[in-house]
Ligand binder design. Structure first.
Ligand code: KG4
Ligand code: ZN
Length: 363
């Protein structure tokens, strides 16, 4: 039987302060405790995450969140084998808060320190929840990320494509703002779309005419703005028009994600994986229409589909603890020189991604 480890994981790259204890071996681990403290209320008045406010809140709350995670797990630092922490990519002040806290714990308790790439945390989550075997295909879709990753090992990622501008969650949030719906935009646009006719208004399907797996969502937002202005009478929008706008927009996102997934799956299947699996992570994976589209295309191509429970799909400490566990089990540790990195592409060989989103860098 593989050796088991107990890992404490810290996450602070955006607007969630997370700490968790994970125990087990690679591909066979359990979440013993996971505490996430969101900062939504702190940023609510600003229409987005304010990096300075986020960093201060992480610095103030991380030790409390860690203490709660240890307490809920019923363990002390003496029971921990290593401390894992998000070292990037993300908002630099928040990442530094987490790294400093982890260094303090590691130095104080004499524990090894393991730096984790936040995206690796998301990408390896299906191994934590379901022990999914390498290689698998991961579609990461959230407010800050959108990329296809071919995951072959704990440090072996190939990015098959990603957004060249906005992340899909950002597009849902902007759509909600343009239509005076509540934030976060994803759930409110999805609800509104239920009463709408997806075929009435025509939205573009960006980048479908080009080969490859890259995606683009910023044009959809512009199309929505134009369509809204054409439908508005004296500055007001009929309820049915708003629903039709939501339905048309959502269908465009579904169509683009499904077609790009089909292409990414074809590349992945060329490797002849023994148990082909498509996994999704990120808040946008909560969308029923998107999920249904991905399930259908997976089934068509003979690939298993899985989505971790939402609390492990969105930012949390357990995914960092688990990715740290895989690195630690492979004998990889970092020293006190571990640096916080605002940008840190998982696939070092791939060309860098453009821009930094409202919720932090997308690379
Ligand atoms: O992964 P997440 O919680 O945070 C980060 O982006 O890091 O994702 C949040 C994003 C938001 O943009 C939100 O609007 C979107 O996920 N989202 C959805 C749905 N639920 C959340 N988008 C579409 N449909 C949903 N049901
Ligand atoms: Zn994330």
């Amino acid at each position: 039987m593989a050796q088991e480890f107990t890992i404490l994981g810290l996450e602070s790259s955006c607007d969630d302060t997370g700490a968790a204890v994970v125990r087990g071996a690679p591909g066979a681990a359990q979440v013993v405790s996971s505490v996430v403290e969101g900062q939504a209320a702190l940023h609510a008045d600003f229409g987005g995450v304010v990096p300075e406010i986020a960093a201060r809140a992480h610095a103030e709350r991380m030790d409390v969140v860690v203490a709660r995670a240890l307490d809920q797990a019923g363990v002390g630092l003496g029971d921990i084998d290593a401390v894992a922490v998000t070292a990037g990519p993300g908002l630099i002040g928040g990442v530094m808060s987490g790294v400093m806290c982890a260094k303090g714990i590691a130095a104080g308790a004499g524990l090894p320190l393991v730096g984790v790439n936040h995206l690796a945390g998301h990408a390896l989550t299906p191994r934590l929840t379901d022990g999914v075997a390498y290689p698998f295909l991961m579609l990461l879709v959230s407010g800050g990320h959108c990329q296809f990753l071919l995951v072959r090992g704990v440090e072996d990622f190939t990015r098959l494509g990603g957004t060249i501008d906005d992340a899909p969650g950002e597009a849902f949030d902007k759509t909600a703002r343009l239509l005076a719906l509540s934030q976060p935009g994803g759930p409110s646009v999805e609800r509104e779309a239920l009463n709408g006719d997806a075929k009435r208004l025509r939205f573009p399907r960006p980048l479908l005419d080009r080969p490859g797996c890259d995606l683009s969502f910023s044009g959809l937002k512009t199309a929505l703005l134009r369509a809204r202005d054409e439908l508005m009478v004296d500055g007001t929008l009929k309820v049915q028009d708003r629903s039709d706008l939501c339905a048309g927009f959502q269908q465009a996102v579904v169509d683009v994600l499904v077609e790009k997934t089909r292409r990414a799956l074809a590349i992945y299947l060329a490797e002849n994986p023994a148990a082909p699996t498509l996994a999704v992570a990120g808040g946008v994976a909560a969308n029923t229409a998107i999920r249904a589209g991905l399930e259908t295309v997976s089934a068509e191509m003979g690939v298993g589909f899985m989505a971790p429970p939402l609390r492990l799909c969105t930012d949390n400490g357990a995914m960092i603890a688990y990715a740290g566990l895989e690195r630690f089990a492979a004998g990889q540790v970092d020293g006190m020189t571990l640096a916080a990195r605002p940008r840190w592409p998982l696939d070092q060989g791939a060309a860098g991604m453009l821009g930094g989103g409202r919720k932090g860098p997308k690379a």
